[in-house]
Design a binder for this molecule. Structure first.
Ligand SMILES: Nc1ncnc2c1ncn2[C@@H]1O[C@H](COP(=O)(O)OP(=O)(O)OP(=O)(O)O)[C@@H](O)[C@H]1O
Length: 276
């Protein structure tokens, strides 16, 4: 595939012992009353520290299942997931999560919501105040720190959720379709806000979206999954440096990468018959 220098391939003999996050031959089968559901057939990839990696693929292909297993919230049926060489076996206290619904506590202020993980982990909340203030400034929410969630827009609530996910300096931030409930204009703004935030925080992140353009704009790497039985069929290193500006979305290369991913997903739909 010399036509696509951004498409990555990995030799199976590669030494993976030094990998930051290593997903090794992972498969997940759910046993249900209606039979086995092969949620993830084969996932095998490594993630470097500091990379922003997005999973894209058709609905039901196992993206959230894979993320849950990485977070230790679920276990692989076969295979292993290792962080710094240690198998992830339980939910990680050092991981941050952001979901489609911001799930903020309505009776708490923005600041109290951001600091909530510190409160529940019984750490010294005062010590984390400067970091909460920094994150709120970076996301343009500092002036709203004393407001309650009901007084915020949907995009602002998601930004609060992202600050909350970052407050304890997580080793990994996982975001499962955080912007999918937002309107298109707010979503564009959120993409820019998240890209700007990433220029500052440079955390390792795993992100799930159905938007191919969002995936390419935000990510260092995009992993494309097929419909069930799902596998990762492409591994793309997005060839744009950071900081990223909105204008790259108009460039032919950006559109070429998006078209390539779209084509791969459509082709996988045509060749995979989803199980019940
Ligand atoms: N706890 C469970 N028990 C049984 N089946 C499950 C369970 N969790 C997920 N599944 C099934 O596994 C498959 C993958 O689900 P998953 O939510 O991981 O997909 P997804 O790619 O994140 O979907 P979407 O893009 O629609 O959010 C689906 O068929 C789903 O119904």
């Amino acid at each position: 595939m010399t036509d696509h220098p951004w498409l990555q391939t990995r030799s199976t003999s590669e030494n993976r012992t030094g990998s930051y996050l290593s997903v090794q031959s992972v498969r997940k089968i759910y046993q249900t009353r209606n039979g086995d559901v092969h949620a993830v057939e084969h996932a095998d990839f490594d993630i470097d520290e500091g990379d922003f990696v997005t999973l894209v693929g058709p609905s039901g292909c196992g993206k959230s299942t894979l993320m849950s297993m990485i977070g230790g919230l679920d276990t692989p049926s076969t295979g292993n997931i290792l962080l710094n060489g240690k198998v992830i076996e339980a939910p990680h206290r050092d991981f941050g999560y952001v979901f489609q619904d911001a799930t903020l506590l309505p009776w708490k202020t923005v600041m109290e919501n951001v600091l909530f993980p510190i409160h529940t982990q019984k750490r010294d909340v005062k010590q984390y105040l400067p970091e909460a203030e920094r994150l709120l400034k970076l996301t343009g929410l500092y002036d709203f720190r004393d407001k309650r969630p009901a007084e915020l827009s949907g995009g602002m609530r998601q930004r609060v959720a992202i600050c909350r996910g970052l407050i304890n300096d997580p080793q990994l931030l996982m975001m499962d379709e955080p912007f999918s409930a937002l309107d298109a204009i707010t979503r564009d703004d959120m993409n820019l806000a998240l890209a700007r935030l990433w220029d500052e925080v440079r955390k390792t992140a795993i992100f799930i979206t159905h938007s191919i353009r969002e995936a390419v704009f935000l990510s260092d790497r995009v992993l494309v999954m097929t419909a069930r039985p799902s596998q990762i069929i492409c591994d793309i290193r997005v060839p744009y440096p950071r900081p990223r500006h909105a204008g790259i979305q108009e460039e032919p290369l950006f559109n070429e990468i998006c078209a390539f991913i779209r084509e791969k997903i459509h082709a996988s739909h045509a060749t995979h018959t989803p199980a019940a």
